[in-house]
Design a protein around this ligand. Structure first.
Ligand SMILES: NC(=O)c1ccc[n+]([C@@H]2O[C@H](COP(=O)([O-])OP(=O)(O)OC[C@H]3O[C@@H](n4cnc5c(N)ncnc54)[C@H](OP(=O)(O)O)[C@@H]3O)[C@@H](O)[C@H]2O)c1
Length: 266
């Protein structure tokens, strides 16, 4: 991240004035690690004030210090998004803190691999509550703010990006519950896109393949499918796809990006 000129935003936080997202505010769920952390840094580099949302406060504060150290503006907001009340409240907190919300990245997710007969019922709930239900609640809570941002924002558009998965496009055994949640996110994203695109809110879907993060490392060998770790994507690869989507000119909406490691067949 390079140092940039700053001025005072509505929230009093420093905002950059010479970057594509200067004057904008973004919220990233699952910002304490992996793809979410990389995306939060990339958004701050492009001038957005970023709300970092996850459960681990220490990890969020560590990332916030890094972003501020590079001249960025951010707020660490802890929330357990599997609780719909917390999911909605954290969106309102971020919008209030920055005085606006131009970008929502629904990235937080959880996977527990296993055959349907074997998957732990608690894990089943956790995947549905976080991967799907939380996305519905944060999206609904964010929409009034995103719609306002199209009218009074520096860009004339707002962005809602959902991080799905290759598993949201292709179904494989031993991944049924996770795959079902990601397919549902895909359906929800397309319906929402049709509802709000005429009003300037771009709804996008990013579908990563195997990416070296805590989630993928913890998912075990069946997730790796024999691919050596050096061939996996890095979180930065997905953040780059997200930023390509978000920094398009106002008239261009990239609705979907599927990113696999070159070595990944399915
Ligand atoms: N890595 C891959 O191969 C891969 C492939 C396809 C799709 N994806 C998708 O990419 C997204 C990001 O995953 P990742 O790979 O970057 O994994 P990760 O490093 O494990 O990140 C998951 C994030 O979700 C947060 N989170 C988990 N439970 C939460 C809860 N109840 N409330 C709030 N935040 C919660 C975690 O933070 P806390 O623990 O601090 O709450 C963490 O920041 C997910 O949607 C995942 O499905 C990943």
């Amino acid at each position: 991240m390079s140092a940039r000129g700053t001025n005072a935003g509505k929230s009093g936080a420093a905002v950059r004035d010479d970057t594509p997202l200067s004057g904008c505010a973004a919220l990233v769920t699952g910002a304490s690690s992996g793809i979410g952390a990389a995306t939060a840094v990339a958004l701050a580099e492009q001038g957005a004030a970023v709300a970092l949302v996850a459960r681990r406060a220490d990890r969020l504060e560590e990332l916030a210090a890094t972003i501020r150290g590079e001249g960025g503006s951010c707020a660490a907001l802890t929330a357990d998004l599997s609780d719909p009340v917390q999911a909605r409240t954290v969106v309102e907190d971020a919008a209030e803190r920055f005085g606006r919300l131009d970008v929502l990245v629904n990235n937080a997710g959880y996977v527990a691999m296993g055959a349907v007969e074997e998957v732990d019922p608690g894990d089943l709930n956790r995947m549905v509550d976080l991967n799907l239900t939380a996305v519905l609640h944060t999206s609904q809570a964010a929409l009034p703010h995103l719609l306002s941002a199209t009218a009074d924002g520096p860009r004339g558009v707002a962005d809602l990006v959902n991080v799905s998965s290759v598993a949201g496009r292709a179904v494989r055994r031993n991944n049924g519950v996770y795959s079902a949640t990601k397919h549902a996110v895909c359906a929800f994203s397309e319906a929402l896109r049709q509802e709000v695109t005429g009003r300037g809110v771009r709804v996008g879907l990013v579908e990563p393949g195997l990416t070296m993060t805590e989630m993928a490392a913890g998912a075990g060998s069946s997730a790796a499918r024999g691919m050596p770790q050096e061939s996996w994507l890095r979180a930065d690869d997905i953040a780059r796809a997200l930023m390509f989507m978000i920094t398009q000119p106002p008239h261009a909406a990239i609705n979907e990006i599927l990113v696999r490691p070159t070595a990944q067949e399915h």
